[in-house]
Design a protein around this ligand. Structure first.
Ligand SMILES: [Zn+2]
Length: 567
């Protein structure tokens, strides 16, 4: 019987186990550095995979994740260094090595002050659907390049492909000039736009037909492993705080999970994004791309980016310590194992380098965080929040007659500067009125002014991270940061988006058949991944970037562990 895995002691035990592996394999690793460059570099991003949950479940991985760790240089102190931990900025950073704020990548979507409208991070009005329905999306609007672009510029014969369930994941990892980026259109098929190609490749049409998404209508998601394993690693299947997504007359967020008989095809296609099969299909498509595009077959290295998006939806609904998230992770462990096996047959794993990471982490369900982990936190009381904001607005109204100069988007405030001028409104006074009211709400930590985020205090690590997603013109005039462990989402589910450790700390492993497991504890950032892959591919960025290559830490880590062994 495996003991409950939540006590802190487990962490130490696992770290110790890994240390032993590290020490015994130093020489082998040193030899591995002499080998030929990889023919294929694969970036795998599993959306919403916090380090805390990846590390928690690591002991029970038996397949793909285990292979990556057993052949991996593991950066166990890797963080997002931008405050807005979301899919758009997260994947943008992975591809480009740039901080998202100055590059105008301000969220999954945001209010664009210049155009006076909300925009989506990869929207491109000029991009058109081809034979398969698709939204107007591409990398076109972004002033950046990715490691795949750097490779194509240096080695035009190299190929760059990107695939994910989410369009923004595929597009932002794939970059400006890939051979193809492919994503799920949430209408039953994987697709692309005319930004990437003049016509849909036959193999993609055939792939969609063979998947036949609607055939999943009768599929029921059940658990893969014995109940005792879930009991050891996760909170109860029926746990208050989880979202009920199936047979929901009565609150019962439990397995099995199917599709309601009353749902139409459209709804089934949407819900497929929240089932483990979507990740298996995405990996099958990645294998298909390797075959059809002949990736990794010659000395010109190729790039394949793979975004596994399902965990984001599952973690939002059920939290990372649910039976659902655990089962998904264990299933993906198997799917990844099959994918790696396929690669071995297709091109030989010795020719492949893989980096596995994520776009962001996430907060456990607040009920788990406070009830099981004993941390401080909770859900912001909406009534208290709204009543407090009403008081702030009342004070502004009594001073200025109205508060029409404020455009609010969620908990962010934008000012109409012309109106401020014409009404003779003192912006500093408005800032301090909103700050003093809203910072009194339970769970609100700070309401930062844009100036505070553009010039963060050195002793405020949250503000420093937030500064990296702040743009001098486009960012809001006031930005709300909750306390650690707090969430706006009500009454169920959880989220991400803060600069705190549970959102920022992520897994990061560079794996190759010849590598032996090394743990690097230096503080590094996801912004460093693109430069590192550039070094692995032997190419330089096409524009100045913010990240730095971690290559020098690869052998350095061996030295550190070696000297630790003598101590
Ligand atoms: Zn999310």
């Amino acid at each position: 019987m495996i003991k409950n895995r939540f006590p802190v002691l487990r962490w130490k035990m696992f770290t110790h186990t890994r240390s032993i592996i590290l020490l015994s394999t130093v020489l082998l690793f040193a030899c591995s550095q002499e080998e030929a460059p990889p023919r294929l570099v694969i970036m795998i991003s599993m959306d919403h995979l916090a380090y805390h949950s990846y590390e928690h479940y690591s002991p029970i991985f038996t397949s793909g994740f285990k292979w990556l760790a057993d052949h991996g240089i593991s950066f166990d102190n890797a963080h997002l260094e931008h405050g807005n931990a979301a899919t758009g900025p997260g994947h943008f950073v992975l591809g480009s090595g740039l901080h998202p704020g100055p590059a105008e990548m301000l969220g999954n979507s945001w209010y664009d002050r210049r155009q006076n409208k909300d925009i989506y991070c990869v929207e491109d009005p000029n991009a058109k659907a081809l034979e398969i329905p698709a939204n107007s999306v591409s990398y076109q609007q972004l002033n950046a390049t990715t490691f795949g672009d750097w490779l194509k510029a240096t080695s035009p014969g190299s190929k760059v492909y990107s695939v994910a369930c989410k369009d923004r994941a595929a597009i932002l990892m794939g970059g400006k000039n890939p051979d193809l980026a492919i994503w799920y259109n949430w209408r039953g098929a994987f697709t692309t736009t005319d930004y990437y190609t003049d016509s849909i490749p036959t193999w993609l049409t055939e792939f969609n037909s063979s998947v036949n998404m609607i055939s999943y209508r009768d599929s029921i998601w059940t658990k893969s492993y014995p109940e005792s394993l879930y009991a050891s690693y996760a909170h109860a299947d029926s746990f208050y705080g989880e979202t009920d997504r199936y047979l929901s007359e009565e609150y019962s967020p439990v397995f099995p999970i199917g599709f309601e008989a009353t749902w139409d095809d459209k709804k089934i296609f949407e819900e497929m994004g929240g089932r483990p099969w979507m990740d298996r299909i995405t990996l099958d498509l990645a294998s298909t791309i390797v075959n059809e595009a002949n990736l990794g077959k010659d000395d010109m290295p190729d790039v394949l980016c793979v975004g596994l998006s399902t965990m984001d939806i599952i973690a939002h609904y059920y939290g990372p310590y649910s039976h659902e998230a655990m089962d998904l992770l264990l299933k993906v462990d198997q799917y990844l194992g099959e994918f790696l096996q396929g690669l071995d047959q297709q091109i030989g794993l010795e020719n492949v380098t893989i980096v596995m990471t994520t776009d962001h982490g996430g907060l456990p369900l607040p009920e788990h965080w406070t009830g099981i982990m004993g941390e401080q936190g909770g859900r912001v009381d909406e009534a208290q929040y709204l009543a407090t904001r009403a008081k702030a607005y009342n004070q502004l109204d009594s001073l200025y007659g109205n508060h029409d100069f404020i455009l609010r988007k969620g908990s962010a405030y934008y000012y109409d500067y012309q109106m401020l001028d014409s009404m003779g409104v003192d912006m500093d006074r408005v800032n301090s009125i909103i700050q003093s009211h809203m910072e009194s709400v339970d769970g609100v930590s700070r309401v930062y002014t844009k100036a505070e985020l553009l010039h963060p205090k050195r002793d405020d690590p949250s503000a420093i991270r937030l500064s990296h997603f702040t743009h001098p013109d486009l960012s809001p005039d006031l930005y709300t940061l909750l306390e650690r462990g707090w969430l706006f989402r009500n009454p169920f589910g959880t989220s991400h988006g803060t600069p705190y450790d549970y959102d920022s700390h992520v897994p990061l492993i560079f794996s190759r058949l010849s590598y032996t497991p090394v743990m690097v504890t230096d503080s590094v950032a996801t912004i460093d991944i693109a430069a590192t892959l550039g070094d692995i591919l032997g190419v330089k960025p096409l524009n100045p970037i913010d990240g730095k290559s971690l290559i020098e830490l690869f052998p350095g880590a061996v030295k550190r562990m070696s000297s630790a062994a003598k101590d």
